[in-house]
Structure formats: structure tokens, C-alpha cells
Write a new protein. Sequence first.
Length: 193
Amino acid sequence: MRLIIAAAALAAIAGAAPAMAQEGSTAPATGVYGNLGWTGTDTHDTLTNSITGRLGWRFNPYIGVEGELSGGLNTDHFNSGVTSPPTSVGVKQSLAGAGYAVGFLPIGPNFDLLARVGYGASRYNVSPAGLAGYHVNENGIRYGAGAQYFFDGKNGVRADYTRQHMGDFSDAAGYFAGDHNANVWSVTFAHKF
């Protein structure tokens, strides 16, 4: 279901952009830009929601860099088979940050496809039922793709997907055995300064 919602958001942007590409004023394709909005991180049978802010610099129409910072909003739960009987474990992504190199493909004056690759880290609050909570830290490579459309040349919307490879994952209690990767979806307000 999460995949369907994110795909629908990207499709809506992609479908609307060509028809509206000639409308409105355009802003320079270089300079400082920012994003603010929702991020959902799907990892180890949990979906945690965050507020994400990004700040970037577009060197030319095709290349840029950006940094992002996310703060967690909710705790989600999964049943861990590490113990018998299984334990309900609460997970909240308390803080995440990353830096990216970004490639842009301008499709029209106000519409871009984008791809990015970078490195980042996250901190999770883990609270097993009936036990003391603790923190899990991870860091690793991130890469993804998305699209953005600017309604008036300066203000618009961006939707993207990022795959996180959590190469260095510290979980001494072992509740996160197995796959340490995450699928991350974002929908943000986009602004060119």
C-alpha cells in the first residue's frame, strides 16, 4: 500500500508537469533551494514518520548537492521472534541526517526528474515491551530518484524514493536481526531561493 501511494504521487507530478510546463514564470536553474515536508521510513516491519528539511545548491541545470535532516514523529511496533514468546518492540526514528550529490534532468521550465547518491546516519529509539528502552544507530550509503514541479517557477512540490543501506548497524539486543535496509518515501514543499 505504501508503495502504491508513493507511486501515485510521483505519477501525478509526472503526468501534470508536461501539460503545465509552458505555464507560469521560471526561476534560474542554479542557486540555493530548500524542501520541507513528510518522510516515511519503512524498515524491519515498521513505518516511522518524520518531518524532513533539505537545503541544497544547484551548480547548473544538471548537478547539485544537498543535505537533509529528519526528526521523528511516531513510534511503530513489530513482533520480534528473538524471544519466546515474541516481544512487541516499539521503534521511533528520532533523528536522521544525510548528504547527497544530486543529478537533475530538466523536462520543462518548471519540471525536473532527479537522482541522488550519498551517505547518512540515523538514530532509532527502541522500546521492547516490559524492558528498558535503548538506542540503535546506523549509517551507510543512500541512493534514490524522484521528481519535482514548480507551480510558479519558485514554489512547488517534490516526491522521491531513497534506498538506505544500513551498513554499520549497532543493535546489541538483537531485535533487528536480518535485513538492515530501509525504503524511504518523501513528499515535500520545494522552494528556490
